[in-house]
Design a protein around this ligand. Structure first.
Ligand SMILES: [Zn+2]
Ligand SMILES: [Zn+2]
Length: 66
């Protein structure tokens, strides 16, 4: 059975933005999204790095993205 509430796997992705958002961990969210470069393609959560997102989508095409 699949849990469709989240676009993220909470067991292995405990630091991902989607999970933090679901848990309401606003402090962590603020820490990891104060300078966002990517966004979750499913739920729209923003993060500083693709490391915190399962399905990262670039939000800024221009700039220092490598
Ligand atoms: Zn994830
Ligand atoms: Zn998401």
């Amino acid at each position: 059975m699949k849990d469709q509430k989240s676009c993220c796997n909470a067991t292995v992705h405990h630091q991902h933005m989607c999970i933090l958002k679901e848990k309401g961990m606003t402090e962590e969210i603020a820490k990891y999204s104060n300078n966002p470069t990517v966004e979750c393609g499913i739920c729209g959560a923003k993060a500083n790095s693709a490391d915190y997102i399962c399905t990262p989508v670039k939000v800024w095409e221009e700039g220092q993205l490598s």
